[in-house]
Design a protein around this ligand. Sequence first.
Ligand code: HEC
Ligand code: HEC
Ligand code: HEC
Ligand code: HEC
Length: 476
Amino acid sequence: MPIGEGNDVTGFAVKARKAGFLPSWSLPMLLPMMLAVYLLADNIGPAGAQAASNSGRYEGVATCAGSTCHGRAEGNGEVVRQDEIASWQEPSSSTGAHSRAYAALASPRGKKIAGNLGLGPATSAPACLGCHATYVSPANQGPRFLTSDGVGCETCHGPASGWIASHYAAPATHASNVASGLVPLERPQVSAKICLDCHFGSSETGQFVSHSMMAAGHPRVAFELDLFTALQQHYDVDADYVARKGAPNSVRMWAVGQAEAVRRSTDLFAQEKFGTVGVFPEYYFYDCHSCHRAIQDGPQANRTFETNPGRPIPFGLAPYNDENIIMLSAVSRALVPGRAAAFDAASKDFHRAMGQGRAQAAAAAQKLRGEAAALSGALAQRSYGGDDAFTVVSTIADTVTAPRFTDYAGSAQAVMAVDTLLNAMVREGRITVGAAAGIRANINRAYAAVSTPENYRPAQFRSSLGQAANAIGALR
Ligand code: HEC
Ligand code: HEC
Ligand code: HEC
Ligand code: HEC
């Protein structure tokens, strides 16, 4: 059964292709692009603190757009590029997706979804505006604020009333700006939380894509922090950036992104309001493919699902979507081994509780959330370098992790991980661009094995992932 519009690994690729950004669908094509947008960096920035509190007035994109501010036609790069508005509005690439978010609600597809759900016009439905615009109460809107701006600068950078007049010139520093309400997005935990509000869901108004919305036509929501950050990058990581904010590190971004995704998913699932719909669990949290596949019940029928050592659930129940849980399990064994056993035990208990009852499942979700939060802190804090990326890749494909790839979502997340980590190795100078290109065919085979949910075959996937990981390992 087709799910949503796009049967690709992630919806973004569908759009990127539609927009002419990628000639034909292929995540591997992002490799050269990502190499071009990043500068070498392997040092450590400050991490771990929380976003500044989000009180303040939202002044609107127009207030950022002055021609001596962020509205230049071309970047100058002396301090910041100053052409951020142009990237944010770029009609034909992912960097412009956030400025298009509001318009998507008025598109035929947006209208159809809202119509199916009986919401009235999507452009005024809180259930949609929470993610497709900067959705704040009128009392917090400045005179130039426009909902139709979509996901504007302040959605991520924070309401600007406290710092707009002072943030760009001495004596302001990054620290003083943060103290006035600028969000320290260079910290992976902070930025992951903000992205996940819309790219997974949150308990704020209008920030949850339920299974009903998906059944009504909403695309699936796929996310990986490091990859999506690169896809919307509108700044240069140059020497002055590093001096002000520290150097970003892809392995850390990826790892913290996985931990925060597990934390968010279990946090929402544990809440009655999100975890259940009438007598049913909210299907959004479960593996889509486990329900959406053909039935084989003739005399010759073969089971189309595999048992999975990582999730002890009663036979025949829909498994919780554990794509990020599997990745976090691998990353904790590789990088935070002291916490790995506790995390794995909590994740097994969580799956087991699915066969026990709602109360047990919610309690187990909270326990797992606690383990994920601890891992997030540890992964944000630790320093990175050396063979970290190699170790993580080999752990993702090793004999402990591989048997857990029995479903589509986890497998697709694994390929994105391997690709992201390979890019990190190139950027950090651990391997050459030529060496990475030399094993591209292996990575492409792994992508091909998850190109559509319909054609997904677990055994075939595991073997191509193993080959890709071996090829990367050989470059160590
Ligand atoms: C307020 C909600 C919101 C927040 C916060 C948000 N996004 Fe988005 N993002 C969206 C929506 C909605 C879309 C899809 C817009 C469309 O295609 O119409 C999108 C699209 C994207 C795309 C383009 C994907 C594609 O299909 O090409 C990227 C990349 C992206 N977001 C990255 C991020 C990152 C990284 C963060 C955090 C730093 C983030 N987003 C925070 C709502 C949000
Ligand atoms: C939790 C946040 C969230 C909510 C709530 C949400 N969306 Fe989305 N929507 C997204 C994201 C993220 C994408 C991009 C998905 C991707 O391609 O990865 C998207 C994509 C879309 C698209 C496809 C856009 C395109 O360019 O093809 C449409 C249409 C859409 N949403 C309409 C709606 C409508 C209508 C509602 C309300 C019923 C709604 N959305 C609620 C986050 C959300
Ligand atoms: C989807 C979230 C998101 C949106 C929307 C967004 N940004 Fe950003 N922006 C980021 C992230 C993440 C970074 C990188 C981390 C950092 O340096 O804070 C960044 C970095 C920047 C930087 C570089 C700062 C430096 O220190 O060099 C500038 C300037 C900037 N953004 C301006 C803007 C402007 C202007 C807009 C609106 C047109 C905008 N951003 C919209 C997420 C976003
Ligand atoms: C526990 C089982 C279950 C899970 C898990 C599940 N669905 Fe569904 N889905 C259903 C049912 C039941 C329907 C309604 C089908 C009907 O009415 O015939 C449905 C309908 C749909 C439809 C409309 C299909 C159509 O033919 O009209 C879409 C699209 C969809 N689901 C997407 C998803 C996505 C995306 C996920 C994962 C995030 C998912 N589903 C997870 C059971 C599930």
